[in-house]
Design a protein around this ligand. Structure first.
Ligand code: AMP
Length: 503
């Protein structure tokens, strides 16, 4: 894998690979630590079971990822927003031999037979296995999985999107060229959590080119004074995030080209980029290159992109998601799978080398949305609705209950199914509440199994507390309303529209 070769190359320089909360990790350390971790993984088992890495932005996460790749294993990054219970759900699916725990949770909290390694254990491993060289025949290669990202699944269990070394090669070639990442010693923002695929751009695009990744930890993100102070001293050249994160930063008046003097490019991905937000950003950073990228985890991060300029802002009703990347064909099809005319809406399908082999250990879900074409290429039905004019593609929403909330991908049914696991919940509905055409928050509505003496407010709070143990914090609805019965529509289904009106 290109990333392994580059890390070896830059290990001979004094370049810094990662910076986080005042701590640096050099390329030399990244190389040495990842070799040691790979040696350890190869020693404890010979099968190629993926490893789980649980944590946020600790500098040691990346040596674990690279160590996994060097030992021929995929890694599964799970952010600390995952409660332990959800980590164990993934673990039950994957049966890893090791869970690397770089969170603030104690190893005992996992209550599992699987080996859990915390930071201290990891440091010992790095020391004990120092100097053992890993030969390249052991590395992850070709169609083998490099990483598996677990995204929200409608059944209430997350689904693991498998991304191979080949998928990544194809994506990296394009994105590095498109973003003009070079080996001049760039600083790339590393803000997106590793369990979200947008983080792959900084990780691979950056490390392949000897860049320094400037990581923003959860703690930094929760302290705006600290965040903007770090920005001022960061020398970040390339910004990568969701539009939502840019929106948060724009609340600070001094967030502009004077604060981030070295920033010359920004790409946002993962959700709709509004014209208002774009205008504001371009006003604050008038010399910066601004880009919108689009794609699902299932097709390796992004498959279309576009440079946004004044002309687009003036001429277009909405900002296009852009043109298909090299090596990917995008089709817009009607209900019968036939391609529609230019300007007509349909489902977006992507075909080519970046498309995943499917969901881990889940042929049923895989076959629902993935297929192989006559020419033996992988294809993915994204569930996104869009249209194309002169090669330029526009996004206009989803055909299912998948949403984006503050940039996070969520299946509404995932929350509902987990709500139904909470004791005393008979049935549950989750409604997205919109403000300015964007989902502002989620509202839960619940029917109880048995009435009790508690107020609705108290019941709602208790249910939320139980739910927090089952799903990521960003998926938990802001509040839970208790109802006696759900309204039913003519099809005998819960009438979501009516419920929404009653909110
Ligand atoms: P994820 O797998 O988390 O990257 O989410 C993929 C989904 O996010 C896509 O299928 C779209 O629904 C949405 N999405 C990603 N990028 C964009 C974009 N630039 N504009 C609108 N929606 C987007």
């Amino acid at each position: 894998m290109e990333i392994i070769k580059s890390i070896k190359k830059y290990a001979n320089t004094d370049r810094i690979a990662l910076k986080c909360d005042g701590e640096d990790l050099s390329y030399k350390e990244l190389e040495d630590f990842s070799e040691a971790i790979a040696a350890y993984l190869l020693e404890i088992n010979n099968d190629k079971t993926p490893i789980i890495i649980y944590g946020n932005k600790d500098n040691l996460i990346v040596p674990c990822m690279i160590g996994a790749l060097k030992s021929g294993r995929a890694y599964i990054p799970l952010d600390v927003t995952f409660p332990v219970e959800r980590v164990l759900t993934v673990s039950d699916e994957v049966h890893p031999k090791v869970i690397v725990n770089l969170s603030d949770k104690d190893n005992e909290e996992f209550n599992t037979d699987i080996k859990v390694i915390n930071k201290e254990d990891l440091k010992k491993i790095i020391n004990d296995y120092k100097g053992i060289e890993i030969t390249c025949d052991k590395y992850v290669k070709e169609d083998e999985n490099a990483y598996i990202l677990f995204t929200s699944g409608s059944t209430g269990k997350p689904k693991g999107v498998q991304i191979s070394s080949n998928n990544l090669d194809n994506f990296n070639k394009w994105i590095i060229d498109y973003l003009k990442i070079d080996d001049s010693g760039m600083t790339v923002m590393n803000q997106v959590s590793y369990s979200f695929d947008v983080s792959v751009i900084a990780l691979y695009g950056g490390l392949i080119n000897g860049a320094t990744l400037f990581s923003l930890s959860k703690e930094t993100m929760g302290n705006f004074k600290e965040l903007f102070e770090q920005f001022s001293n960061s020398n970040i050249n390339l910004w990568i995030s969701t539009p939502s994160f840019v929106g948060i930063c724009l609340n600070e008046d001094s967030f502009n080209e004077n604060m981030m003097k070295e920033l010359d490019s920004m790409i946002v991905l993962g959700e709709v980029l509004s014209k208002n937000l774009t205008k504001e950003v371009m006003g604050r950073f008038p010399k910066m290159r601004m880009m919108n990228g689009y794609g699902p985890t299932e097709a390796t991060v992004a498959v279309t992109a576009i440079d946004v300029d004044d002309e687009i802002l003036e001429d277009e009703k909405s900002i296009p998601i852009g043109y298909a990347m090299d090596g990917i064909e995008i089709k817009i099809v009607d209900k019968d799978g036939n391609e529609v005319e230019d300007g007509e809406k349909g489902e977006i399908i992507m075909i080519g080398k970046s498309v995943s082999k499917g969901y881990f250990n889940n042929p049923e879900k895989t076959n629902e949305v993935f297929y192989t074409t006559k020419d033996n290429e992988r294809a993915y039905r994204a569930g996104d609705i869009g249209y194309r004019i002169d090669g330029k593609i526009y996004y206009c929403g989803r055909k299912d209950f998948q949403i984006k909330l503050n940039g996070f991908r969520i299946e509404i049914e995932d929350i509902e199914n987990n709500l139904c696991r909470v004791p005393n919940v008979r049935n549950a509905v989750v409604l997205p509440v919109y403000k300015d055409e964007k989902i502002a928050y989620l509202q839960g509505v619940v029917e109880l199994k048995e009435k009790n003496d508690l107020s609705n407010l108290k019941n709602g709070m208790l249910i939320k507390k139980e739910l927090e143990k089952l799903i990521q914090s960003y998926m938990v609805p802001r509040s839970i309303k208790i109802v006696e019965d759900f309204p039913i529509n003519t099809n005998g289904k819960i009438d979501r529209k009516k419920l929404m009106e009653e909110m």
